[in-house]
Every structure is written in structure tokens, then in C-alpha cells.
Design a protein around this ligand. Structure first.
Ligand code: HEM
Length: 414
């Protein structure tokens, strides 16, 4: 055992009994992403792990590790040769789930696809969608502003990201959004044995869409680029399943993540009238505030890699084939890289977060997500400057390898 590991074992705070009484289980030696206590003690657990445990182990299923410090997360995310994405991003991967491109692939296959896809999601390309997205923010607000209340998730937060992605990029009808949101949500947070079935519906839908587009004139859009495909290093053409899986991966990323940052920001502003007033008085602070909210409210808690050889990470020996998760959510609160990481500071400078990932798999949708988040705060604060959480209600969170809010009731004077 090397120095880091033995220092951890000697720390009385990491004693199994102490951990069990504080977190309900020995989170250093038997962590569980799906444990309801993790959902309830989310901030406390992340803050504890990033400070005290560079690596924790889970005994759930075939077992996995979580790596929690920013330096190690960054190092592993860059080293795709040792830490491969090709065997999946989730631990104890449900059987029967097809692999997703580009997420569950490594260079050079991954690089081929990202080169093709990146231009469709670049800052310049998505800047053209800012006005349509702003219009949709206002159209959604129009539907409930007069009532003086809303359930933010179902009436706004679960809709806008889908509208932004479907209307501007994917071209699938927004009426089909609820079915896709449900498929993605249940495929992520539902009972593990049912997850593959929910994802299968999303695959089927997007497979049909891609086939239908083959019968249509070319539009020169993202779908045409995916249809055109790529040639892999061995000279073979990317198969049909890879193309459909790209649509699934983009849809999954597009609708399962941004909602959480958006809802968390609105929730924080509902509870902090002083911060709200600052942003109303000086909207130029909104862009930075969004970066800080993205750091502090990470929808992607942790995503995994498979070790391709025996390797040591922060004093923990890992074996070839072991599954290791990069806890992006903990790394974004690393006190070694920022002051007072547990505090939300909308004026924080140079926010060093890893919420969008690091390395070759860094989020392709981050530019689009930022536009959705910034336009939401800008328009919301103009139109509903004074709002609060409905008395007697509390937001409901759900956590696994992703984190999400299921319900957030708001009220305002009319
Ligand atoms: C606040 C919103 C978002 C957050 C926090 C987020 C987070 C992430 C993270 C952490 C990764 C890295 C995965 C890894 O390391 O294996 C990732 C990848 C990805 N994201 Fe996002 N995402 C967001 C929004 C979006 C949106 C809007 C889209 C699409 C419209 C999207 C599509 C994707 C895709 C396709 C990948 C896989 C990229 C690859 O493997 O090369 N994401 N995202």
C-alpha cells in the first residue's frame, strides 16, 4: 500500500464505523452511486470525498472505483490508452444495451466521428440558434406567467433543452419529446433491470427517424453528416448501428443534463433574493453566474472507463479490466484548485470546473447548453424578477451516475 492509501486508512474520519454512522455505509470501501443516502447527502458526500478520499471503491455488482480529485480525473480522462471508454461509461452495464458512439469508443474511431460532428455544435454554429432559443424561452414563460406559479421541471426545464436541440439541430418533432424524456429518464434512474428496455424505445424511435431521413432530400445538416458516416482505420465503413447510436447519444446528452443546471440555478435564485437582484441590476454577470452554477450543480456525477492494464491511481492498485469512474462532480469542488469550493460565488474568476468532462470525450453540447442556460436566466429575470419556492414544497432530487430534479414548485406575485 503506498503512502496516500495508508494515510487514508489511518485517518479516523475514514474509519468504517464512523463512515457508516455519517453516510449510512462505508463510502470509502463500499460506495454506491444509487444509494438514496448519496442522493440526500450529495454535497456533503462530494465535499468529503474530494478532501479525504482520492479514490473510493464500490462493491456493488462487479465493483468499481471512483476517482475524486481534479488532478487525477484530468490525468485519467486524457489517458484513453490506459482508461478506455470502449467498454461503456456506466458501471455494471445493463445487458442488452447497445454501445453508444462517440461516447463509448476510443480514438481513432472516436476521433473520426468527433471531427465530423464538432462543426455542427461549434460556438459559431450554435450562436445562430440563440434568438430561436430565446424566443422559445419566452414562449414557454408565456404559458404560465399569468398563473403566478409553475412546476418548473414539467412546464419549462424538461422542455427547453429538447426544443433547443430538436428544433434547431435534430429536426424531430417536439411533440415526441415527452416520450423520449421518459425513455432517457427511466433508462437512467429506473430499476436497473428495466433500463435497457427504456433505452431500446429511444433507439427504435431514432432508428426510424434516420431511415425516414434517407427518403428525404439532403439538408446539409447534422443528420446528413451522420448518414454520410466515416471510414474507420481498417477501411470499413461505419455500420448503421453506430449512426443510430450517435443520435441516441446526442439526444441523451441533449435532454438529460441541462435541465438540472437550469433548475438548480433557478432554485438557488428563488432562495437568494440578493443574488437575484445583483443579476437583475447587472445582467452582464449572468454568463459568469452560469459557469459557477454549472460547476456547483453537475448533472453528470461520474462516468467510467475500463483499465486496459494494471495501473496505480493515487495509491490504489487497479487491475486490467477494472472499472473506474471519473467523479467530475467532486473534481469541480477540489479545494486544491479553488478557494471556498463549497460556496456559490457568481463572481468567482476563472472557474476551473470539470462538469463538461475533460479530454477527448469533453462534452460536444457545451456551447449549446450555455446558450440555453444564459438565455433562460436573462429572460426569466426580466419577466419574473420576484419569485420563490412554493411554501410547503421542496424540490425532489434523484441521483445515480447522473443527477436530476424531478419537481420544483415556484410562485410569484401577479
Ligand atoms: C449542462 C449540460 C451538460 C453537461 C453538464 C454535460 C456533461 C457532459 C460530460 C461530463 C461529458 C463527458 C463524458 C465522458 O467523459 O465520458 C459529456 C459528453 C457528451 N455530451 Fe454533454 N453535457 C451537457 C449538455 C449536452 C448537450 C446539450 C448535448 C447535445 C445536444 C450533449 C451531448 C454530449 C455527447 C454526445 C457527449 C459524448 C462526447 C464524446 O464522447 O466525445 N451534452 N457531456
Amino acid at each position: 500500500m503506498n503512502d496516500n492509501r495508508s494515510a487514508m486508512e489511518a485517518d479516523p474520519e475514514i474509519n468504517p464505523d464512523v463512515l457508516k454512522s455519517r453516510f449510512g455505509r462505508d463510502i470509502a470501501r463500499d460506495f454506491d452511486l444509487d444509494d438514496p443516502r448519496f442522493n440526500e447527502q450529495f454535497d456533503e458526500t462530494l465535499n468529503f470525498m474530494v478532501r479525504k478520499c482520492p479514490v473510493v471503491h464500490s462493491q456493488v455488482g462487479t465493483g468499481y472505483y471512483l476517482v475524486n480529485t481534479q488532478d487525477e480525473v484530468r490525468r485519467i480522462a486524457q489517458d484513453w490508452r490506459t482508461f478506455s471508454s470502449a467498454k461503456g461509461y456506466q458501471p455494471n452495464r445493463p445487458e442488452g444495451l447497445p454501445y453508444l458512439m462517440p461516447e463509448e469508443s476510443d480514438p481513432p474511431i472516436h476521433t473520426k466521428w468527433r471531427h465530423k460532428l464538432n462543426p455542427h455544435m461549434s460556438p459559431k454554429t450554435v450562436a445562430a440558434y440563440e434568438q430561436p432559443i430565446r424566443d422559445d424561452v419566452n414562449a414557454l414563460i408565456d404559458t404560465f406567467i399569468g398563473k403566478g406559479e409553475c412546476e418548473f421541471i414539467s412546464e419549462f426545464g424538461a422542455l427547453l433543452p429538447g426544443w433547443a436541440f430538436f428544433k434547431n439541430i435534430l429536426g424531430v418533432p417536439v411533440d415526441d419529446l415527452p416520450m423520449l424524456v421518459e425513455g432517457v429518464e427511466e433508462g437512467t434512474f429506473g430499476p436497473p433491470e428495466e433500463r435497457a428496455g427504456h433505452f431500446a424505445r429511444v433507439f427504435e424511435y431514432l432508428d426510424t427517424h434516420l431511415k425516414w431521413r434517407q427518403t428525404q432530400p439532403r439538408r446539409g445538416d447534422l443528420i446528413d453528416t451522420i448518414q454520410d458516416g466515416v471510414t474507420y482505420e481498417d477501411g470499413t465503413e461505419a455500420p448503421w448501428e453506430h449512426k443510430v447510436s450517435i443520435l441516441v447519444d446526442l439526444t441523451f446528452g441533449g435532454i438529460a443534463t441541462t435541465t438540472f443546471v437550469m433548475a438548480s440555478a433557478i432554485h438557488h435564485l428563488a432562495n437568494n433574493p440578493d443574488v437575484r437582484q445583483r443579476l437583475i441590476d447587472d445582467p452582464s454577470l449572468i454568463e459568469n453566474a452560469i459557469e459557477e452554477y454549472t460547476r456547483f450543480f453537475p448533472p453528470v456525477v461520474a462516468l467510467g472507463r475500463t483499465c486496459t492494464r494494471d495501473v496505480e491511481v493515487a495509491g490504489t492498485e487497479m487491475k486490467e479490466g477494472d472499472f473506474v469512474m471519473l467523479t467530475y462532480a467532486a473534481a469541480s469542488r477540489d479545494p486544491r484548485h479553488m478557494d471556498e469550493p463549497d460556496k456559490i460565488d457568481i463572481t468567482r474568476e476563472g472557474i476551473p470546473h470539470s462538469t463538461f468532462g475533460v479530454g477527448p470525450h469533453r462534452c460536444i453540447g457545451s456551447n449549446l447548453a450555455r446558450i440555453e442556460l444564459i438565455t433562460t436566466l436573462e429572460e426569466w429575470l426580466k419577466r419574473i424578477p420576484d419569485f420563490s419556492v412554493k411554501p410547503g414544497t421542496e424540490p425532489r432530487h434523484v441521483t445515480g451516475f447522473l443527477r436530476s430534479i424531478r419537481e420544483l414548485q415556484l410562485v410569484w406575485p401577479t
